[in-house]
Ligand binder design. Structure first.
Ligand code: EPZ
Length: 425
């Protein structure tokens, strides 16, 4: 069993460079299928999530070449075949293949399991978008069979601003006859990244990044080039690490606007920062003020930084309040933080974090990706050694996290344990 061991208390300084966005990449890679010729996607992070999606592309017959941070995809050889469960159940983003295969072949057969550690995560809004565009959907034991005689533009109103449903509807609409309007669309930057890629192929999309997106369907989409935006959640995670243990730590290759709500919250807490055009310097602040945070869709405070910032809130002098409005089960990091010495109580969708508390290194578990990130951050500030089990989820969402942390002064390593009992304190 692999565990992460962190010797806490090290000052973080120097520069950490942010990689391409996981949540943009996992939509851009399937979207490549829509092109009638080769596409190049630059700045794709090398993480297991992107590997899992390129495996599906290869399984379908695409020619895929990975060159450090770029992927060259020739979708011409692709054939439409059922995507097996063992490939699609590795990550939720595999459902973007439903959209692109429906758009390209008007027929899809794939398994798609719902739910995960942070909530039910249904896909009803995605299916609503597909049906509005003319698809007929059958689901039996998590296997979806989707067909459309014709795809026709429609006026789609999403019940909630779902990122996935917005992207999935857009991916199908680019090949539907006529115009599609998506209302109550999500506004995340990753959606803009996908729309830019599709427009580079020759799609006609306007309004991405706002709550109303208009798409005029086209017959053909040509090969092109696109670049993945910097990962705003990775950026935020390292900015929080700097607020915990930084000494003029530079987080480089970011888009400050994409982490604006985090920066504003850190300013409220009294954290010292210097924000540049594509970087931020941040240092540890001893006396931080407590804050109130409510997670919302973009541009609100991102739910994906809710668990990471909880580690920082344990170091504020006073009680912070954090309300999670997006997912129903995204506080699994709390018991582990409390075992390390934090003082956090939960009432329904809100946690109350009393600080400042001294954290002690303990053996904890990464229940999901961002809970794992929270525990890594807690381990950086805790006294002694923190051992994190089940680190797979963390490695799938943060490119080269061990190397990046050690390069800025942390003391983190992956240890292979023969027996689970070895992981005890
Ligand atoms: C994307 O997930 C991200 N994942 C998530 O990041 C992120 O937390 C989320 O957007 C919100 O910002 C990727 O982009 C791969 P949603 P997605 O559809 O598209 C409910 C991470 O840590 N909902 O906006 O699945 C849903 O249950 C991950 O990197 C429905 O009810 O998010 C959730 O409560 C975690 N029906 C809420 O809406 C639907 O059809 C937001 O979901 C769709 C969603």
């Amino acid at each position: 069993m692999k565990v992460l061991k962190i010797n806490g208390g090290k000052t973080l300084s120097g520069t950490v460079r942010i990689s391409g966005s996981k949540n943009a990449s996992v939509a851009l890679i399937p979207a490549a299928i829509l092109a009638d010729d080769e596409v190049t996607i630059c700045n794709v992070p090398e993480i297991t999530d992107t590997d899992a999606l390129t495996e599906i592309l290869k399984y379908l017959g695409a020619d895929v070449k990975r060159a450090s941070e770029s992927i060259l995809i020739d979708p011409k050889p692709i054939v439409n075949k059922e995507i097996p469960e063992e490939m699609s159940n590795k990550l939720r983003a595999s459902y973007y293949f439903m959209a692109v295969l429906l758009a390209k072949f008007k027929h899809v057969e794939m398994y798609f399991p719902g739910g995960c550690a942070i909530g039910a995560r249904p896909i009803d809004q995605t299916l609503k978008g597909f049906e509005a565009l003319g698809a007929k959907i059958k689901e039996e034991n998590n296997k979806y069979t989707i067909d459309a005689d014709e795809l026709t533009g429609a006026h789609v109103y999403l019940d909630m601003p779902s990122v996935g449903a917005t992207i999935n509807t857009m991916l199908v609409a680019v090949k539907a006859k006529g115009e599609t309007i998506i209302e109550n669309a999500a506004k995340e930057p990753e959606i803009v990244n996908v729309a830019t890629f599709l427009n580079n192929m020759g799609a006609k999309i306007t309004g991405a990044g706002t709550s109303e997106i208009r798409i005029k369907g086209v017959e053909t989409l040509k090969g092109c080039y696109t670049e993945v935006i910097p990962d705003r959640i990775e950026s935020g995670t390292y900015i929080i690490a700097g607020a915990l243990m930084g000494n003029y730590l530079k987080i480089d290759n970011i888009i400050p606007e994409h982490v604006e709500t985090l920066i504003l919250k850190l300013k409220e807490m009294g954290v010292d920062m210097e924000v540049g055009a594509d970087y931020i310097y941040v240092s540890k602040k001893d006396k931080m003020k407590p804050v109130h945070i409510k997670t919302l869709g973009y541009p609100g405070f991102p739910t994906d930084l809710q668990q990471p910032i909880t580690a920082l809130l344990t170091q504020c002098e006073g009680e912070s309040v954090l309300q999670e409005t997006v997912y129903e089960n995204r506080f699994k990091n709390v018991p582990y933080l409390n075992s390390m010495g934090a003082n956090i109580t939960q009432k329904q969708d809100t946690i109350y974090i009393k600080g400042k508390t001294k954290l002690q290194g303990k053996t904890v578990e990464a229940t999901d990706l961002r809970a794992g990130a929270c525990l890594v951050l807690a381990g950086l500030v805790a006294e002694g050694t923190t051992t994190i089990r089940n680190i797979g989820p963390v490695l799938r969402g943060y490119e080269n996290i061990i190397e990046k942390l050690n390069e800025i002064g942390a003391d983190v390593k992956i240890v292979c344990l023969l027996y689970t009992s070895d992981a005890a304190d």
